[in-house]
Design a protein around this ligand. Sequence first.
Ligand SMILES: Nc1ncnc2c1ncn2[C@@H]1O[C@H](COP(=O)(O)OP(=O)(O)OP(=O)(O)O)[C@@H](O)[C@H]1O
Ligand SMILES: [Mg+2]
Length: 340
Amino acid sequence: MAEVRLEGLGKSFGTSRAVTGMDLVIADGEFVVLLGPTGAGKTTTLRLIAGLERPDAGSIRIGEEDVTGLSPAERDVAFVFQQYSLYPHLSVFDNLAFPLKSPARRWSAGEIDARVRDIARMVRIDHKLDSKSTKLSGGEMQRVAIGRALVREPSIFLMDEPLSSLDAKLRADLRLELKRIQSEIGATLLYVTHDQIEAMTMADRIGILAEGHLTQIGSPREIYTAPANLHVAARLGHPHINLIKPGLLPCQSMPDGVRTIGARTEHILVEAAASVAQGNGRVDWIEHLGDQNHLHILVDGQKITLLADPYSGFKAGDPVSVSLKQPLFFGADDRRITDV
Ligand SMILES: Nc1ncnc2c1ncn2[C@@H]1O[C@H](COP(=O)(O)OP(=O)(O)OP(=O)(O)O)[C@@H](O)[C@H]1O
Ligand SMILES: [Mg+2]
């Protein structure tokens, strides 16, 4: 495995800029997740690293080598695509063995067999080794696609939303598996997704991508608790962060120059009020999610949503007192005000 270094990387398609001035170092053995909405430039970034697109600015280093001008075959990367791409006429075994059969590797049949079985066990597909890949479920196909990347030992794994087509349960299982496998083999991995839960649970560091710009990179905790700006703050957190004007809710202390307050569940105190006159808001409705509720509150016509204990006893129409405790503050330029 190796460190991967992007410097000033840029790519346009005609007049549209897909990736702009991207600087990013992925350390050897690090799991970095790029998180961004559709069209943010996630796939383009991966394709640039793999050599499937030529950058029009900047450079890419893998380990000691500048690979910017090299063909995909000359770069030591393994790519798992957004749409799984198995060889339909081959069995699961042969799909997994395929990357090992290149003449350059000179692996014996015994070595290939052992490696394929090892990886198949790791991605839990060993019971289907003899099946045709067309006979697999979507989740099984995706396991094979991930396995086919893992059989090689490339400098870096590039994964493009590999779990997005799976159902929620399988996605949650594979998330954990992938993280386990990655740390077990010490893989350098760049993974792109628009799913904040995948980013939060798997990443050593999350990079937030917006319109081709890497706006912030840091540990999941840093990105969540200290977002650089409103855009980053809005990428993480469920329910969505509440963006409110100063003065709407009581707040113990507030720095100068605040234009927007960002309030997540943990920044909001809600207490039952004895009457409408004694509170400053009322419960609008409650969304039951099973283990948790979303409590929707109206304060002066503005909706505020937070997580609530299902046994909190609130019901629609209840008067409440709502206040803030240490929320996030953003200035006129949408950047977070850090000297609070
Ligand atoms: N081959 C191409 N030709 C023209 N424009 C392209 C091409 N590939 C990507 N783009 C444009 O570049 C921008 C970034 O696309 P990209 O595929 O990298 O986004 P993404 O973040 O992967 O989105 P998604 O989440 O939908 O997969 C988009 O505006 C897209 O339309
Ligand atoms: Mg994409």
